[in-house]
Ligand binder design. Structure first.
Ligand SMILES: *Cc1c(COP(=O)(O)O)cnc(C)c1O
Ligand SMILES: [Zn+2]
Length: 401
């Protein structure tokens, strides 16, 4: 039997149940206390994200794309230390099957749907979560409905359509759709796996669990901080839950718990604004344009929980400008060989900003979570348009190199 609980008011309920508590805040899965008591740091993480399967509400899938989720490398990037002002590590989530950490949450969400006997899953997304959910459903033999905004770009639509889900363009308030889908989905037999539904958050806590275990295996200690691009707050909620569980298991204590920092694009930064103003509640903001479109949720459903988690770990939230994001994205590629999408580059830009503000320093070991691959964006967006390459005749090459 699985139990869902509310971090805010403590109420619990047996699963399956609505993803949100009576108090309005999101629920998450309680983790088996016996599994926590038995937890130890793994020596090796060769066995993909399911290394932490005992802390999840489902058994690992035996086959399919869900079995291949997670297990991404933690890359030490000394060539970025000077720029960032900290000792940098990059958790490369772009190496997941559909190019983002969403595959971790999708894998758990799909297994839950199968366990409940569902025929169809759905999601509300026009980006990575849509691709991930459609791919996971395809591999599991489930129907999939993806609700996208009516004005979605052709490029993004093609990226989702390759997995052949049913795609519904929805006209109207896209923020409200998140709530409406969760309400009408069950009536229509569609299990929605939205950005912060409990199964997705459970799966997505493995990013932080893995990153800490990998850092510890490499250096003998966990990192000082985790810097995470944040939109809905689902991934950040998972990271916070991971830290709570490692505390409960006795593998971290107050002094060793890494600080969780959330990064947003300045043009759409409801969590960072609440942090800056000393507020507990994250409230809706006007959505401005930003290159970091994967993290531009103006009304994040798990924003308040994510901010609570960041504060509880001694971290915080910060906003960075588009120029800082693009500069960080360029350096990740040109100075560390890593191709990340703009939204993911906010992690490095955020670490740099936090170091400049004195929140982090050169002695600090920091995991920047590169949440998604840059390979699915058109190259123009990455290289900035003009490419500087000279033309040389073959028999002149020797003189011109
Ligand atoms: C979804 C996504 C995020 C934001 O994650 P949330 O759980 O919505 O906060 C960040 N980066 C990328 C690349 C994403 O796809
Ligand atoms: Zn509650």
């Amino acid at each position: 039997m699985s139990v869902l609980s509310c971090y805010a008011c403590g109420r619990t309920v047996e699963a399956p149940a609505a993803p949100r508590c009576e108090c309005g805040e999101p629920r998450w899965f309680e983790t088996d206390p016996d599994a926590l008591a038995a937890l130890s740091w793994p020596d090796s993480l060769d066995a993909r994200a399911w290394a932490f399967a005992d802390l999840l509400p489902v058994d690992p899938p035996a086959a399919g794309v869900g079995a291949a989720a997670g297990g991404t490398p933690l890359v030490r990037t000394p060539t970025l230390d000077e720029y960032a002002g900290v000792r940098t590590f990059v958790k490369d989530e772009g190496l997941n099957p559909t190019g983002s950490f969403k595959d971790r949450g999708t894998a758990v969400g799909i297994e839950l749907a199968l366990a409940e006997g569902a025929d169809a899953v759905g999601t509300v997304s026009h980006g990575n979560m849509a691709m991930s959910t459609a791919a996971g459903a395809a591999a599991a033999g489930l129907d999939c409905v993806v609700c996208v905004p009516a004005d979605i770009s052709a490029e993004r639509l093609r990226n989702i359509a390759r997995y052949e889900p049913r795609i519904v363009r929805v006209e109207g308030d896209y923020g409200r759709l998140y709530y409406d889908a969760l309400e009408v989905g069950p009536e229509r037999g569609v299990r929605f796996v939205n950005s912060d539904t409990p199964g997705r958050v459970a799966g997505q806590k493995t990013t932080a669990l893995e990153a800490l275990a990998q850092h510890r295996a490499r250096t003998g200690a966990v990192p000082d901080a985790i810097v995470l691009p944040t939109s809905s707050g689902g991934h950040a909620s998972g990271a916070y839950k991971a830290l709570l569980e490692l505390r409960a298991a006795g593998l971290l204590d107050e002094a060793t718990t890494p600080r969780l920092y959330l990064v947003q694009a300045a043009a759409c930064a409801p969590v960072a604004a609440a942090y800056r103003d000393g507020r507990e509640d994250v409230t809706r903001v006007e959505r401005g344009e930003t290159v970091a479109y994967s993290i531009a949720n103006p009304d994040p459903p798990s924003g308040t929980r994510a901010l609570h988690g960041a504060r509880e770990t001694g971290g915080g939230a910060v906003a960075v400008e588009d120029e800082e994001i693009l500069d960080a994205q360029r350096r990740l590629a040109a100075e560390a060989g890593l191709t990340v999408e703009a939204s993911s580059a906010t992690a490095l830009a955020g670490a740099r900003r936090l170091a400049a503000d004195g929140e982090l320093d050169r002695e600090n070991s920091v995991v920047c979570v590169a949440t998604g691959s840059g390979f699915k964006e058109s190259v123009g967006a990455v290289a900035g348009g003009e490419v500087d390459a000279e033309t040389v005749a073959l028999d002149e090459l020797g003189d011109r190199l």
